[in-house]
Design a protein around this ligand. Structure first.
Ligand code: FMN
Length: 233
């Protein structure tokens, strides 16, 4: 090791210990100090050797093993059989705030000042090829957790431009009318356009039995169809 880099390394370590780690590290290296995840129970990684795609599934229902979670798992089964790597994030197991609109990210190297679950999701989003948004219908649209995630992507934008991603929407609802999914579907098309017009399908499962019943229930045909959609990715 060269003398200069040895001295720099020693100074960073000593300074971090004496003055307060994160600030000194940031000052000397220009980077955020990597932090341990606060939400290890919220992220499941299924890495496949030689995978050609990284698929990020955001499961935004708060209920594990509920309708939306089961629908997401059926889709993941199909995607895994194709040999793709999948990361599943349980948004309901994290703290996740909507964007505060402070604009700091636009002057701060695209870093959001809010330190919550999104800090775990930003790198996963950056490395994914496909974003799968799984949501229960809540008051005729997507869940507030999923909406919070979408708002927070503002931090990574440059002049309102976003990276290209393949996009998939999976939803469950109690109703099953012709118009039930109108709002989220329209919103999904708008989002897909922002992310480079690479829609890879959606599956909308109506007639699910939700928390108003003793046990939640989603028809097996929905799970079969979601599985097939996963195989088509
Ligand atoms: C707060 C809340 C709002 C809901 N709003 C709607 C709605 O607007 N339309 C609808 O068809 N179902 C609605 N539902 C029913 C859920 O979408 C449905 O039961 C869903 O499958 C639950 O998924 P989960 O088991 O993943 O939570 C609502 C349920 C809750 C708890």
């Amino acid at each position: 090791m060269q003398r200069r880099s040895f001295l720099k390394g020693t100074f960073i370590t000593a300074g971090s210990l004496l003055v307060g780690g994160a600030a000194v590290y940031r000052y000397l290296t220009g980077q955020e100090q990597p932090e341990e995840s606060k939400y290890p129970q919220a992220i499941e990684k299924m890495t496949k050797e030689g995978s050609k795609k990284n698929v990020l599934v955001l499961m935004s229902s708060a209920t594990r093993k509920g309708n939306t979670d089961n629908l997401a798992d059926a889709y993941i089964k199909g995607v895994s059989e194709k040999g793709y790597s999948v990361t599943k994030v349980y948004l309901g197991s994290m703290q996740l705030e909507g964007c505060h609109g402070c604009g700091a990210c636009q002057h701060n190297n695209h870093r959001c000042v809010l330190k919550d679950g999104m800090q775990d999701i930003y790198p996963l989003f950056a490395e994914c090829d496909t974003l799968v948004m799984a949501s229960p219908m809540h008051f005729w649209t997507i869940s507030s957790r999923l909406k919070a995630f979408i708002e927070r992507l503002y931090a990574i934008s440059t002049e309102d431009k976003y990276p290209e991603k393949e996009m998939v929407l999976l939803m469950t609802s109690g109703d099953n009318k012709e118009t039930t999914f109108d709002q989220p579907v329209r919103y999904f098309h708008i989002l897909s356009e922002i992310f480079g017009n690479k829609e890879k399908g959606m599956y909308l499962a109506g007639d699910c039995k939700g928390c108003e019943e003793e046990t939640r229930n989603i028809d097996g045909k929905h799970l079969d169809n979601a599985y097939k959609l996963g195989l088509e990715l």
